[in-house]
Ligand binder design. Structure first.
Ligand code: ZN
Length: 262
């Protein structure tokens, strides 16, 4: 008791009281000052980090509403091809057009840098199987393994996991559909650029059959297709907004079903 009373007396000394008052004023000032960022208010303050600065400097294209304007999606199958795909990418850049590439896993494994280049230049990447075999002739297990192998090759190369799948030769029956968990994308404009390999024929076919909502099937493995691209885009741009398949169809992630166009 005596010790407690002595300690109380010590606390009650004038200099101790003054010290406690000064400390209280300092804490109060810190708490109420609007200039000081306290932890409880930090969430209100914009945090500028190097990453945030980078994001702020990126310019985004305004999304196109394909229900209001005529859109077209160009698709390129069977690549990447070291001889042709770089030419196609340069022509697309010249026209500031983004497309969808359906890549074959075997070719992806041989050209991972080219896959990254396609992605970095802003194009969409879809899965076109690992081996490009006719899926209707495979077992369900073979189908699932083949798609998974291509998916792994594409992500291993550094591109995002595709959400879209295009069957080799467009060979899709009910069995194939029930064993493909991705959105299946076919086409409704086919210039058959693999047949005669003549650039002017490809341009003529595309321009005469193009329509709003079309998905056009091309292959970035033929020189004639690369040669057709510049004149084709020059004409198409006069009428259409050229978009990726996902933009054309406004596809949400994991959308089931098969699409031939809009
Ligand atoms: Zn193909």
């Amino acid at each position: 008791m005596v010790r407690l009373r002595e300690q109380y007396k010590k606390l009650a000394r004038p200099q101790t009281v003054v010290s406690l008052f000064v400390v209280a004023v300092m804490i109060g000032g810190w708490f109420w000052s609007p200039q000081i960022i306290r932890p409880s208010r930090a969430a209100d303050v914009p945090i500028i980090t190097p990453l945030a600065q980078h994001v702020q400097s990126v310019t985004f294209n305004v999304p196109v509403d394909c229900s209001k304007v005529p859109c077209l999606a160009l698709t390129f199958d069977d690549g990447p091809s070291p001889a042709i795909t770089p030419q196609v990418l340069d022509i697309l850049d010249k026209h500031n057009v983004k497309v969808t590439f359906f890549l074959i896993g075997l070719h992806v494994a041989d050209n991972p840098a080219l896959v990254r280049e396609i992605h970095v230049r802003g194009h969409e990447i879809g899965n076109h199987s690992w081996s490009h075999r006719k899926f209707s002739e495979l077992s369900p297990n073979q189908i699932e393994k083949d798609i998974a192998k291509a998916q792994y090759a594409i992500t291993s190369a550094g591109a995002p996991a595709p959400r879209l799948f295009r069957a080799p030769y467009g060979d899709v029956n009910a069995m194939v559909r029930s064993h493909v968990s991705m959105t299946v994308v076919s086409w409704n404009v086919d210039p058959e650029d693999w047949r005669d390999r003549k650039a002017d024929k490809v341009v003529e076919h595309v321009l005469s059959t193009a329509k709003p909502g079309a998905i056009i099937d091309l292959h970035d493995i033929y020189q004639s297709t690369a040669d057709a691209l510049d004149p084709m885009l020059t004409e198409l741009e006069k009428t259409y907004q050229l978009v990726t398949v996902s933009e054309l169809l406004s596809l949400p992630s994991g959308q089931p079903g098969i699409f031939y166009g809009r």
